[in-house]
Design a protein around this ligand. Structure first.
Ligand SMILES: [Zn+2]
Ligand SMILES: [Zn+2]
Length: 496
């Protein structure tokens, strides 16, 4: 990550510094990329997320950074296994529950992508879709939503980088090709245009469009990227008083400091909106997963999978980086770590599209359980954590419920006596290898235990949480035979 730090440009006047930084932009990605595989090799045996000192997690192979030049230029990473064609012939993602009587529909989408308002929206061509292309594409939020909607995705979120609505103005030297100078009113106006595009693209019972920001930088190990969905105001820290350019000023509606995650959670709570932890590379990120009541309330998701941010495929053939699960390269499990800290996060699998392939670079999906496909239903379902995530499966229906569907994944409730769960998987692309149920203790900072493990079955009705007093989180993890994975949101249960 030191390469990223070197790339950060604060002095806008020194041509020499700019030149050095520009060169680092060119060679930094190559240096970072060359580290990728050596670190992966060391991570082949997954370590406990609670191991001694937080090891550097697998590198951010999605490469997306946006602090600066620091994004790695990532080729289309192949899937680490072949997508066996067992799924062929099954119906594509179906919203209605296959399991009779299950009282929710399933909606398949992607909560993380970027438009040319910041560093995305680039043609899906390896020559065009690269990192550090600030406002260089021609795909605006409305175009991104239309693409995803026309191809049958149920929802898409475009989250442009909160500090790049000015097209990274620090690079706007006369000789620098991005050639952009934005004033404060234009910057804030772009954010409002994104919100309006989402409103215009949303069609009840067909498609939900969400606009928002990806907040933060990746300059130091305690930084991190956080999505904030559908806030009516722009959170930012930039007060860009560059004397070299006219019209600069406050590039925000609500000020939130550059690495002030506590402040961000409080600001999100004030606005009544929710967010997610993105590509959590190490447990040091987000100020060491700093835990506050506001953060517990507003942070509803954590990306168990992300990217590849610059994948140019439109046929779902890219893989993506996992931050949880059982795969040999996953390393420490950041989902379990965040749950152990006390965050009430659902798993998200995000594509982080920067190219014009919104929602179709991979078969990874975030799946929302709701009664109908409207903006308010989807936003409420996110707030309730009625969500599961898939890696390499664009159609599986995962059910995790208790007491005859009185409670489902994401719910918080009290219970006396033994509690028997109902778990089923339908419509998966490959047969089920294993269904696992984890039980952990929020705010314990300890690893969860596996309480049930069942092989070669799609249905589990004999997994019981015995009525031990205390607070528990319980979630389901599924491995398919072809390597695809599913994660449910936990239920948070108080045993009496
Ligand atoms: Zn990011
Ligand atoms: Zn992103």
């Amino acid at each position: 990550m030191s390469g990223n730090g070197l790339c950060y440009l604060n002095s806008k006047k020194s041509v020499l510094l700019l030149t050095i930084a520009f060169l680092m932009c060119l060679i930094g990605p190559a240096l970072l990329h060359s580290q990728t595989y050596s670190i992966h090799e060391k991570d082949k045996n997954p370590i406990s997320p609670y191991g001694s000192s937080p090891a550097l997690s697998p590198p951010d192979t999605d490469g997306e950074d946006a602090d600066d030049c620091g994004s790695m230029s990532v080729e289309n990473l192949p899937l680490p296994f072949s997508l066996v064609q067992e799924g062929v012939g099954l119906p594509l993602a179906q919203s209605e529950p296959v399991e009779a009587g299950f009282p929710y529909n399933f909606y398949y989408g992607n909560l993380h992508s970027h438009s040319t308002f910041t560093d995305g929206g680039l043609a899906a061509d390896p020559g065009r879709c690269r990192s550090s292309q600030y406002c260089r594409g021609d795909v605006f939020p409305g175009d991104a939503f239309a693409y995803a909607r026309d191809r049958g995705l149920h929802f898409l979120s475009v989250v442009d980088h909160n500090h790049l609505f000015d097209c990274h103005a620090s690079l706007c030297q006369p000789w620098f090709p991005s050639g952009c100078v934005w004033n404060a009113q234009q910057v804030r106006g772009k954010y409002q245009q994104g919100l309006q595009a989402a409103q215009a693209a949303t069609i009840d019972n067909t498609f939900v469009a969400i606009y928002g920001i990806e907040f933060g930088v990746l300059t130091t190990p305690t930084d991190g990227h956080v999505n904030i969905f559908d806030a009516s105001v722009l959170f930012n820290w930039e007060d860009n008083s560059n004397p070299d350019y006219p019209g600069t000023g406050q590039f925000y509606d609500v000020f939130v400091g550059r690495s002030d995650y506590q402040g961000l959670y409080a600001a999100a709570q004030n606005q009544g909106v929710v967010g997610s932890f993105n590509h959590p590379r190490s447990v040091q990120e987000f100020n060491n997963f700093d835990f506050t009541p506001e953060g517990k309330n507003v942070m509803v998701g954590l990306e168990v999978a992300n990217g590849p941010a610059f994948c140019t495929a439109e046929d779902q053939s890219c893989g993506g980086t996992r931050y949880a699960g059982d795969y040999q390269f996953a390393g420490s499990d950041k989902f379990q770590y965040a749950l152990g800290v006390g965050f009430r996060v659902a798993p998200f699998a995000s594509q982080d599209n920067h190219c014009f392939n919104y929602g179709f670079s991979t078969a990874n999906r975030t799946v929302v359980l709701a009664n109908s496909l409207t903006k308010s239903e989807v936003m409420t379902a996110l707030q309730q954590r009625h969500v599961f995530a898939t890696f390499a499966d664009d159609r599986a229906q995962l059910v995790f419920s208790a007491l005859d569907n009185t409670y489902i994944m994401g719910d918080t409730f009290s219970n006396s006596g033994p509690l028997t769960f109902h778990i089923s998987v339908r419509n998966s692309v490959s047969p089920i290898d294993e269904i696992r149920v984890y039980k952990g203790i929020p705010e314990s900072r300890s690893s969860p235990q596996i309480i049930c493990s069942r092989f070669d079955t799609t249905d589990v009705d004999d997994c019981v949480l015995f009525g031990t007093p205390g607070e528990w989180y319980v979630y389901v993890y599924v491995k398919e035979r072809n390597g695809a994975e599913l994660w449910s949101a936990p239920m948070w249960i108080t045993g009496n």
